[in-house]
Design a protein around this ligand. Sequence first.
Ligand code: C2E
Ligand code: MG
Ligand code: MG
Ligand code: MG
Length: 286
Amino acid sequence: EAKRQRDGTPQLFRPELEQEREMRLTLERELRHAIDKGELSLYLQPQVDALQCIIGAEALVRWQHPVRGFISPSEFIPLAEESGLILPLGYWVLQEGCRLLGEWRQRPDCCDLKLSLNVSVRQFQQPDFVDQVLSAIYRHDVAPGRLTLELTESLLLKDPEGTIEKMGLLRRIGVSFALDDFGTGYSSLFYLKSLPLDTLKIDIAFVRGLSHDTQSTPIAAAIVALGRSLELAVIAEGVETEMQRAVLAGLGCFLYQGYLFGRPMPAADFPPILEPLAGETPPIAR
Ligand code: C2E
Ligand code: MG
Ligand code: MG
Ligand code: MG
């Protein structure tokens, strides 16, 4: 039966749309409580250098829903962004990430490692974002040089000057910045030059293509060259195969993150002991 809108015109009843809307509202309500109920956790994915030594980790948030089970960040981060819940969520990630870094200080296997945290645009644009980072650092007694914040290009759409200023403030005390998903967003090479960055992250889309399509290799090559000319570290994300790693190394990219080296894992399991790379088995004593 067609519902009638206030002005009397019939409105198509679309149960799927209605259902979807309801599901989103429920999820939103649940996400609001997830933080307080301790349903969020940080998983860590190793980042390695050319010798396959772990140099750090990226923290990736996970939501263990009591009924629905594990919910992927690609589902709830966009929802969190739209609803504004990204602010308390981002705050939690910052605190939890710094708490981990504080713990690592006491651990000989982790005390040299860096931790990268993803920061959403809305979170970064809060007027007190710099203070939030500083207080998390002091509270957990973190060496600022161990902390990297991952930003995306969309930050530059709005207020590039403010972005540069905030980054500058945090960088002065030793916090590093990485540009995440590079090459997929709004890239103004002009602003890229003026951004106080430390690292470019080659997006998984280009890395994935390194084994199939012909366009990805020159794009990855261009990103590596750009990073080098701007004196930035370049790390490739989503490296799954030895072939992709070898192509990247050939292009001059020697920092990697991806399933080849380790999936995101609970913080308690970090750091993993990595298997020797295929084709580089240690010499056997004869
Ligand atoms: P991202 O920051 O670009 O993170 C990399 C994503 O690629 C992660 O997905 C990771 O699990 C996945 N990945 C890593 N290596 C491989 C690989 O070899 N193959 C494949 N197929 N995938 C790989 P995840 O954990 O699902 O996170 C998705 C996105 O959600 C992140 O993309 C990030 O944008 C966002 N996100 C995650 N945690 C946070 C957070 O704490 N705060 C904010 N604001 N966003 C977050
Ligand atoms: Mg990231
Ligand atoms: Mg990324
Ligand atoms: Mg991504």
